[in-house]
Design a protein around this ligand. Sequence first.
Ligand code: UGA
Length: 429
Amino acid sequence: MKLTIIGTGYVGLVTGTCFAEKGHDVLCVDNDPAKIAMLQAGHIPIYEPGLESLVHSNVAARRLRFTTDTAEGVRHGHVIFIGVPTPPRPDGSVDMRFVERVARDVAGAMTEYRIIVDKSTVPVKTGLKVAESIKRYNKAGVDFDVVSNPEFMREGCAVEDQMKPERIVVGVASQRPVATMREVYAPFNAPIIVTDINSAELIKHASNSFLALKISYANALSALCEASHANIQQVVDGIGMDKRIGRAFLNAGLGYGGSCFPKDISAFVAIAQELGYDFRLLKEVQRINSDQLQRFVKRIQDTLWVLQDKVIAVLGLAFKSNTDDVRCSPAVDLVLALQKEGAHIRAYDPQAMEKARPLLPNVTLCPDPCEAARGADAMIIATEWDEFKNLDFGKIKSVMAHPTLFDGRNLLDPVTMKNLGFTYISVGR
Ligand code: UGA
């Protein structure tokens, strides 16, 4: 099938590439000429495991192409996916200008029936607005359908999530686009749930908010565990074995970050407010999340006492492992909090240093963990990279000024670290 994807960020690029991999004829559109030139030259603007080789093979098979020309995209795809950013405004609500712009551009270029699918994370009722906008700007007056089709992929395993989705949500205003949407997703062999458009839009925000809620619940429990000398890992293993609860997203740590949860929870609170509902439950989720980082900083201060002029090694800057994304990264916020207290930071991340550099101009970025540890009064694990599990901690200890290790992701075994001679402090254990 001929498909067009507008926007080549995480969502658009991964979605388009996976559609091509499943045999569709995909044209990706972006209004950033530099990005399109980069993609046309075979370079991938983001680090996402497995993506680069898929882009290359599908470009070679001529199932995947890139352009800056929206009109060409509208001519090409019978189904046009919108995957542009929906950034937060200062009050937490969603800035819809990119989605609106694309709706207008698509409308202006449409000469025959098209299905316009919203993949961006948007407030409930956006589909209605998109439809109104297309109707207004579509001078040719051709027929169209608007569909809401939220994505549920995680950075770091986006390709896998997209290739083997647990469910496909298709929100429609009539049955007309349903058969085509089923055809688009037929090669993925996943259950398809067809809903109305508003419900599909709510499903997306409600899913991310629930996952954030689970994380905050585990983080709140970690505070109780610290106060009662219990072990958070044993507690969440114990409750997670109840299938009704589930073990996923109950890992305590530095709190959730990234380009989705913080923004989406704020947006959902703002959307609810606008709809006349005070979503206090989610406000508490947000409060627990920011408290979690503050509690961790306080534990560092309680242990090291004065932070002024202390050298602290930080392992991990990305908001989670397997990504180079540092947007709303708890690791970056932690570094900034420690710097505010006068600490000198030596940091290492396997992928995210380039993206972190402009955010952390006064941090010494080191080529490897051992170099970061050199002369340090303490070390912090701030991102759960697998690589950090298997470091030579004997060697690291030998180059540190003092072997104190704060494990913000509960990555290491407390007994092993103690036996190695570290003062080892983790979260809720
Ligand atoms: C999240 C959702 O998981 C995806 O389903 C969704 O499609 C995506 O947002 C989106 O809206 O685009 P993502 O932001 O890539 O995906 O990252 P997650 O794996 O969900 O992690 C989010 C944050 O929660 C990270 O900072 C991670 O370290 C933290 N986390 C996760 C925990 O602190 N504990 C956990 O148990 C799990």
